[in-house]
Design a protein around this ligand. Sequence first.
Ligand SMILES: [Mg+2]
Length: 236
Amino acid sequence: MHPLLLLWDIDGTLIHSNGAGEESLRQALLNRFGILDDLGDIEISGRTDTAIMLDICRKHQGHGIAPQELLEAYLDHLPSLLAQRKGCVCPGVRELLDWAHQHPEIHNALLTGNVQRGARIKLKHYRLDPFFEFGAFGDDATDRNKLGPIALERARSRLNKDFHIEFTWVIGDTPRDIACARSLGCKVLAVATGRWSVRHLQAHQPDLLFPTLTDHQTVVAQLDANQKTACRELHR
Ligand SMILES: [Mg+2]
């Protein structure tokens, strides 16, 4: 069997922070820099933290905030906001992570726009951190599409295994996750547990699409079926 690599997005896919991330940004701006902004005009979903910080600093350029300064303030606010907002792990996620974890040839890793420290804070809060040893993060590149090759290279070097692109899956909730997978050339499983509906995600033609991951056994069966087809194609 070919080793299978699952590259997970965090927000809207693994977890729902109930707006804790955005509220941390708003409070960072207000408490550290005295700027009141609802950030309604800043695109957040599916983008890297570094790209988001750059946009906000550009919008408030008169204040001369450095993106790194804003990022630090955001990360300082994040743990208490996660506790206040009481989000959740998306249904079926824990079961899927467990399933992968129990198979020596299946590996979980992260492919997220969160910077590494932010990703760790979020995963630790929801007790998902034991499933993830490595990944590619928003501090590896500003452009999310550049994160795929980094995640793949880390998987290769950390696990000392060669992952074929046909057996590498991006799992995410936005068209940007799908674009990121396409730019890497790997497969993509889209799930409509974030802001995008099944219909909207369908238009971007993911390889697999689910309204939620609740029925985790069907998700496993579909991944398995894909794995078998890809194997047959490869060895034809
Ligand atoms: Mg997401």
